[in-house]
Design a protein around this ligand. Structure first.
Ligand code: KG4
Ligand code: ZN
Length: 326
């Protein structure tokens, strides 16, 4: 016997180098969550090449959406809305997801829900079975952003920025550090893995002290550059794990100090860097999304779509993507 129809939101995410689609119910249950990473494509260049990312999104978007619908056993006709990331991110990449979403929504007469990618990261905490009820203080640390947020409600307008980075994002610091250490892209997970074999006290890397609740990682990156420069290739091989462990320790200390300074009864961490094992261990009381919901995915976009304005069928055709926060 068939159960009652479970209405779902299709989420689509193509802001960087992950092509992702997911189906989430209004109650926040994940029916499917498909992520196709382009990391292998960009690795040879040491970072994301925007034009290549757009082209690969174009190849992957239809099969990824189809797989998400199949896995959720949700035909297009059973969807209530389509949520899509409109920014911030790489414009060409975003436009692929947005165009696909417009086409599908238009064809089915469904509302479209434009979602801010950063709202999506926070909304990864609103998914079952671990829904986190606001208010909480949230650290959003990814490859493109480092934000400390006062989350008072589930809508993006109810989240206030308390602090941000003055230069590099935390994930960018991981990726650039990994590159200096000769580790492959994307570097965060590689540094995390290698750091487990090293001594975090081997090098005293600086933790920037900037006023207020802002962050700065450029001095740390320069310190690593100087440390690596002074080593021969053989010495670097020998010290790589110690350097990774010390470097990671400095980033994690900066993040932990700031979120603790921000205070709040409950703390949460989201974004790709929230997958870092040392950060998670250093904040045992903080709520953290499961690993696969920390890095870019579309379940978080569909989740944010539950708390965003729906644009009625047809009114969204002129909707544009944006590269950076307006
Ligand atoms: O949220 P995300 O997938 O994409 C953006 O919105 O930027 O974050 C990607 C970032 C990359 O910089 C990556 O190196 C970092 O998250 N990252 C990590 C770990 N896993 C991913 N950084 C530290 N430790 C990890 N385990
Ligand atoms: Zn992200």
């Amino acid at each position: 016997m068939e159960g009652p129809r479970v209405a779902g939101i299709l989420g689509i995410e193509t802001s960087c180098d992950e092509t992702a689609a997911a189906v989430v119910t209004h109650r926040g249950e994940i029916l499917s969550n498909v992520v196709s990473s382009q990391a292998d494509l960009h690795r040879q260049f040491g970072g994301v090449v925007p034009e290549l990312a757009s082209r690969r999104h174009l190849e992957l978007i239809s099969p990824v959406i189809r797989e998400a619908l199949d896995e959720a056993a949700t035909p297009l006709g059973d969807l209530d809305a389509i949520a899509v990331t409109t920014g911030p991110g790489l414009i060409g990449a975003l436009l692929v997801g947005l165009s696909a979403a417009k086409g599908l929504a238009w064809g089915r007469g469904l509302p479209l829900v434009p979602v801010n990618h950063l709202h999506g990261h926070v909304a990864s905490l609103f998914l079952e079975p671990h829904d986190l009820e606001p208010p909480f203080t949230c650290l959003l640390a990814s490859g493109g952003h480092t934000l400390l947020l006062d989350v008072r409600g589930r809508r993006w307008e109810e989240m206030e920025v308390l602090g941000t980075t003055l230069d590099d994002a935390a994930g960018e610091a991981f990726d650039k550090g990994a590159r200096l250490l000769g580790l492959p892209y994307p570097g965060g997970a590689e540094v995390d893995r290698l750091a487990k074999e090293g001594d975090p006290a081997a090098y005293a890397f600086p933790v920037a002290r900037v006023p207020g609740l802002d962050f700065s990682f450029s001095g740390l990156k320069t310190a690593l550059l100087y440390a690596v420069r002074g080593l021969s290739p053989a010495e670097l091989d020998e010290r790589r794990a110690d350097l990774a462990a010390s470097y990671q320790r400095a980033i994690v200390r900066a993040l932990v100090e700031r979120i603790e300074a921000a205070g709040g009864e409950r703390l949460a961490i989201v974004g790709g860097v929230a997958a870092n094992s040392e950060l998670r261990a250093s904040l045992p009381e903080a709520h953290a999304a499961p690993l696969r919901l920390c890095t870019d995915n579309a379940a978080m976009i569909a989740s944010a779509g539950r708390y965003s304005a729906h644009v009625p069928a047809g009114e969204y055709l002129a909707l544009d993507a944006f590269a950076s926060a307006p």
